[in-house]
Write a protein that binds this ligand. Structure first.
Ligand code: HEM
Ligand code: HEM
Length: 168
């Protein structure tokens, strides 16, 4: 039996990805679309759920050391770097819905244009663009670890599992 993250950790990891894909697929093109009150309410509800799941996941995952389910020893410097990187992912995934909520609140308060709205939209777009890069790097690192058969991939990802370790 290969070591795995807990069922809850895996559920959090993959449900955040599913919510993120949903958020990106249904992204808005322009602030003026929020004129539709139904859309404003749905976006706000979605972003609130997204933020709550990300915060709950962070609270839950804090108890586990990075790569805790690896089956080979991992250089502690690499583990520290990965931990900081994961924290950056959390920050980005929290600021994305938070800036969306900020846009929605400004719009609802009647500030459809101006400096504050530009700042909120700028932050939202920055988080969206950063998230693509961070996820690409994250997946590259995960695949690199998979090639080294460290057990980290299999501890989190349900497909393309590593072969079981050789008995010595
Ligand atoms: C297809 C996409 C993905 C793959 C293949 C993948 C793979 C992995 C693997 C193998 C681990 C285990 C690392 C460890 O044991 O510490 C992990 C953990 C992690 N992943 Fe991903 N991941 C993907 C998408 C994402 C996305 C979209 C996020 C965005 C938040 C994310 C955030 C994290 C974080 C923060 C951790 C550290 C453990 C935790 O706090 O949940 N991953 N991922
Ligand atoms: C987790 C929730 C959300 C995700 C994942 C998400 C994702 C995105 C993405 C990927 C973009 C495209 C950014 C770009 O062009 O670089 C975008 C744009 C936008 N989002 Fe969100 N969003 C979320 C929540 C919200 C909320 C709650 C609102 C407002 C109520 C909102 C309003 C907007 C607007 C107005 C734009 C267009 C900005 C512009 O004028 O270019 N978003 N969103």
């Amino acid at each position: 039996m290969q070591r795995q993250h807990t069922r809850i950790a895996r559920a959090f990891h993959w449900s955040v990805l599913a919510l993120y894909v949903l958020g990106v697929v249904k992204q808005l093109d322009d602030v003026s679309q929020l004129e539709d009150e139904g859309l404003l309410v749905t976006e706000t509800a979605f972003a609130t759920v997204f933020l709550a799941v990300v915060v709950a996941r962070y609270g839950y995952m804090r108890r586990f050391p990075t790569f805790h389910a690896a089956r080979t020893p991992i250089d502690p410097r690499r583990a520290r770097l990965a931990r900081s990187f994961h924290q950056l992912l959390y920050l980005c995934f929290a600021l994305l819905p938070a800036s969306g909520l900020w846009i929605g609140a400004l719009y609802a308060a009647g500030s459809q244009e101006g400096w504050w709205m530009d700042a909120a939209v700028g932050l939202h777009e920055l988080c969206a663009d950063t998230s693509y890069w961070l996820i690409a790097l994250h997946v590259i690192a995960a695949v690199a670890s998979r090639r080294k058969e460290e057990g980290v991939w299999t501890s989190m990802v349900p497909v393309w599992r590593e072969p079981p370790p050789q008995e010595t």
